[in-house]
Design a protein around this ligand. Sequence first.
Ligand code: SF4
Length: 369
Amino acid sequence: MGITFPRFGTSHVAIGNLLKWMGHDVIKPPDITEKTISLGTKNSPELACFPLKITTGSFIEALDSGADSILMAGGVGPCRFGYYGYLQKGALTQMGYKFDSFIIEPPSRHPKQAYHTIKSLKKKTPWHTVMKYVYIVLTKQKYIDKMHKLVLETAPKEVGEIKSFKLFNEFVQKVEPVREVKSLKEIYQHYADKLYKFQKVTPKVKIKLLGEIYLVCEPAANLYIEKKLAALGVEVQRTIYLGEWFDGHVVKDIIPILKEKETEKTAKSYLSQMVGGHGQETVAQTVQASQQGFDGVIQVYPFTCTPEILAQGIITKVSKDKKIPVLTLSMDEHSAQAGIDTRLEAFVDLIYQKKLQNERGEALWVMGS
Ligand code: SF4
């Protein structure tokens, strides 16, 4: 008996802590495997978004392990995320599962609903203690994100077997039970010192990884793209991190005066409207990548993701205008490791050759021309 929630990058640490500290038994969502994806695919509409299928599979596995409650985020806006929780509740109930469902709608749009859901989730924990817990888990998430950024920097600089990702997993396990911010800082420094020692060679190229949030942040959904790129000698800069996302999309949504207009401004000449998901960010960040010295951009998104499909058409133009190579990977349950790896290898090889040509001052060629 216990509560579960969707598997999504490293968020299980913060969400699991918060629920546990508020007095819940937590059934952590299991690691995503082929079985998870196959269970979710079998029990979701065929054209549903890939993240919905994965999280449905993950809920089935957690319910089979004894979960009796599900926590899910709601959403508003021109894409399908807001329906996930309700669709999943219907599908799982039809399959015969009995459980309580907690769907937290965005507090800025549905404050009453969000308040009542959080109130029932917090049980008898006083509000000021809840705030303290939120502060600790957010700080923890930010240290995890900071460590992840460092790993993406050090992994391609390693010689031989890459150890950075292993150390990252160790770091996440170490910080999971921690409740004091001071200890988080000390553990971070200990692991950062270890990672800095790995820096032996210069990465071949630097790539920006962007697209739909779930595919960018969940390694099992993007077929471990960061590891593959590191092995190819690529320094990756990921555009979405969960701590920053929470600040930008939850906190700043509640206090709009804090919102920066950078994305809208940068994307404006190509896409002047919010199109749902991270579509507008994808366009803005591709424009920025061309100004920030990146050698290329990789866009990952779930097959059928409308905001990213729209953005893809636009970034093809940005790629030509700004002469920045772009590779688009649309993924779903049929995507295979070998196919993705081959495309990554070819893309990295092409942009590396282009970089060498540029350095030697030879004639430029443009990707896709
Ligand atoms: S952003 Fe894309 S994948 Fe995510 S819910 Fe919206 S349409 Fe689906």
